[in-house]
Design a protein around this ligand. Structure first.
Ligand SMILES: [Zn+2]
Length: 162
């Protein structure tokens, strides 16, 4: 299992879990990796923050110019231009978003794949659910055309619910 930090062209940060790096690349090519915020499928793996700060600047470049205050909606900003502060602000926004998801979805735990499938085929009413599924189960669901958002909820949002 591999948990990757991902971001879309709009700068939304999120985590995705995959069986392996290859699995990630494969899902990426099939456009199965979507931004949970805006649905964009042009997802890139996030570089670590220190490297991101360096960007494409050669080491001898002058110090970076002043950056605008961090905003949650960094619309149009290219990831390489993001500052650490902006990343943190977006990380916080993501945290908030995932808390909302946790609050608005029903935790069906290990029955996730079954429940998602039954909803898809109309056996039970549609509702927002979350739960655990193995990468294999998630892949099978996606193959059947069932939308699954790989999402690693931060521990805090899970605790809040119980
Ligand atoms: Zn996005």
């Amino acid at each position: 299992m591999k948990v990757l930090d991902l971001h879309c062209p709009q700068g939304h940060l999120f985590e995705g879990w995959f069986a392996s790096e290859d699995d990630f690349q494969n899902q990426l090519e099939r456009k199965l990796v979507l931004c949970p915020v805006c649905g964009d499928s042009s997802i890139t793996k996030r570089l670590s923050a220190p490297r991101l700060n360096l960007g494409a600047r050669p080491p001898q470049a002058s110090p970076p110019a002043a950056v605008p205050p961090a905003t949650v909606s960094a619309q149009g900003a290219s990831p390489s231009a993001q500052t650490l502060e902006q990343l943190q602000a977006m990380q916080a926004a993501w945290l908030q978003w995932s808390r909302k998801v946790a609050e608005q979805t029903e935790d069906v735990g290990e029955h996730f794949a079954d429940e998602a499938r039954r909803m898809h085929y109309g056996e039970i009413d549609e509702r927002a659910i979350r739960g655990q599924a193995s990468p294999e189960q998630a892949m099978a669901l996606l193959d059947e055309g069932i939308a699954v958002v790989p999402l690693a909820l931060p521990e805090g949002s899970k605790e809040k619910l119980q």
